[in-house]
Design a protein around this ligand. Sequence first.
Ligand SMILES: [Zn+2]
Length: 310
Amino acid sequence: MTGPPGYLALDVGGTKIVGAVVGTGGEVISSARVPTPTGRGAEEVFSACVFALEAARSETAISALGLGVGCGGPMKWPSGDVSPLNLPDWRDFPLRDRLSDQFDVPVRIHNDAICLTIGEHLMGGGRGLNNVLGMVVSTGVGGGVVSDGRLVTGASGNAGHIGHVVVDPGGPECSCGGRGCLEAVARGPAVVAWALAQGWRSPEPAGESLAAAARDGDQIARAAFKRCGNAVGIAVASVVAVLDLEAVVIGGGLSRAGDLLLPAVYEGFERHAGLEFVNQCRVLLAGSESGVVGAAALFLAQDQYWNQGY
Ligand SMILES: [Zn+2]
């Protein structure tokens, strides 16, 4: 290939997979999205990733310098083997090696919430700021932190796990073994399960139909989004107090119901953000391309965001 330089980027989620070509300035040149196959085995998911990337690349003539990937955790470095909680078909799947073989470029993988945070910091609502929390509220709840201008990785590379900040000590059990974590309350399936337990009925009990019901005025559906948003706001207020953040950017599947969610997030946040510096933090919705921009930034802004050392 002899086209202008650029990067391939992949965002692997529990419900959709996005492939993209990103320019050296962080701009998305082309993208393609496909539904995530579930229950059909590891190779089907990998094939969908290849398809999305090839579809995005076929629209451009760039020479790819690298492939950045955002994927649900947990994952291992430096092997790049992934076992996403939101993707049961992949357990210890050698994603980095498989993609590297397929596309013949270097591959870097990070947590999808970290990639969203990077994308928002580089090109989105956190641009120009030094202290930003990014969040993914979807099948799970993840997060990433930029503090004093640097991506925070922590001792084991797992910093930013806001999904396991406790918002209700007497709340539901969490997949982590704890109780009352934000994720146990606010992850999409938990929101739907809560609504069903309260008596909500739907032929398609999923987040989209719950959002539609809430917009139609269904009281249980509205209460479910309020409970979810309040929990997010409570966790955000706690984290902002610890890190003195300037902005919190929320993405992921549930953020597509931002009209239902954000008022409740603000309510929960305001109620618990007593200190002035906490209260001044902005809470925003993420752009739809942040995940792939952040994945590409593992290469294009590697000095700032790629701290893995390999
Ligand atoms: Zn937990």
